[in-house]
Design a protein around this ligand. Structure first.
Ligand code: NAP
Length: 274
């Protein structure tokens, strides 16, 4: 058994994803929702071992705190400063991982199988948890220039300072001009999400060859992606990241590296319509 701990967590699509794979691969298992209030995180995580779970996912707002209760943290997750997966080792030790960056890169390769991180400058809007995971993976994939722009400039500067000089922080007011010569534009802010206003950005200077991606998956096509698609850019929504980040966790818990099939994708898209 496995599940996802978060607060609130009722909206999570993870049970639909993992239970789909449990049925597809004829496994004897289940994946549930664990609403864990802030203040109860340590007790809940200690309970994973006591209950005999294979592990669990960790989501907002516990991704950073949970790391402190691990017996071992994957070096990649350490660099991301957060975990999204706990695996209980056969000896009972709790191991922490972060698969968000893995999921993100897979989603880009799904859209463009020949995509390369060193094609040209990468512009990232936002400097929160998703941005941090994505920057680490882009650097490891060979990115040569990353520009981070965030509404609160200090957070962009702090994030950029953790990396070598291929990562720079620009002022939020420069977001329109920063797109000149970009090969990839990534939105990791919450702007454009269901219930939020559209991201305020002018795409005029963005090359048509640039890939435009949004970490958001509700709605599947944000106003940013719709504007980019209308002018001829290839777009990638956040669903691929969500589906692919789940694969290594499922493999660690249930012993099968699952596929992201059209059937799974459609099943999750159906849940997004509700
Ligand atoms: P987070 O740590 O809370 O960061 C939120 C970011 O949005 C911050 O950079 C914040 O800027 C920015 N922001 C908020 N309001 C804004 C506004 N009015 N104008 C401009 N920027 C604004 O959240 P996160 O975990 O990184 O998640 C960010 C997004 O990625 C969410 O939409 C989430 O759903 C999505 N996500 C998707 C996946 C997936 O699997 N597809 C995984 C993780 C996250 P400030 O620093 O100025 O507040």
């Amino acid at each position: 058994m496995a599940g996802v701990m978060g607060w609130p967590v009722a909206h999570s699509r993870s049970p639909a994803i993992h239970n789909h794979w449990i049925r597809q691969y004829n496994l004897n298992g289940a994946y549930g929702l664990f609403p864990v209030e802030p203040g109860n995180v340590e007790t809940a995580i200690r309970g994973i071992r006591a209950l005999g779970l294979a592990g669990c996912n960790i989501t907002i707002p516990h991704k950073v705190e949970a790391m402190a209760y691990m017996d071992w943290v994957d070096p990649l997750a350490k660099r991301m400063g957060a975990i999204n997966t706990i695996v209980v080792n056969p000896d009972g030790a709790l191991h922490g991982f972060n698969h968000d960056g893995f999921g993100y890169l897979k989603s880009l390769h799904e859209a463009q199988p020949n995509w390369r991180a060193d094609t040209g400058p990468i512009v990232i809007l936002g400097a929160g948890g998703a941005a941090r995971a994505i920057v680490v993976c882009l650097i490891d994939a060979g990115a040569t220039e990353i520009r981070i722009l965030n509404r609160s400039p200090d957070k962009a500067k702090e994030l950029a300072a953790e990396f070598d000089k291929q990562v720079t922080a620009l002022d939020w007011s420069e977001r329109h001009d920063a797109l000149t010569d970009a090969a990839l534009l990534i939105n990791t802010t919450n702007q454009g999400m269901h219930g939020q206003p559209a991201l305020d950005i002018e795409l005029t200077q963005l090359p048509i060859t640039a890939l435009v991606s949004d970490a958001i998956y509700v709605p599947l096509e944000t106003p940013l992606l719709s504007a980019a698609r209308a002018r001829g850019n290839t777009t990638v929504n956040g669903l691929g990241m969500l589906l692919h980040q789940a694969r290594p966790a499922f493999n660690a818990w249930f012993g099968v590296m699952p596929e992201v099939s059209t059937e799974l994708r459609n099943a999750i898209i159906d849940t997004l319509k509700n």
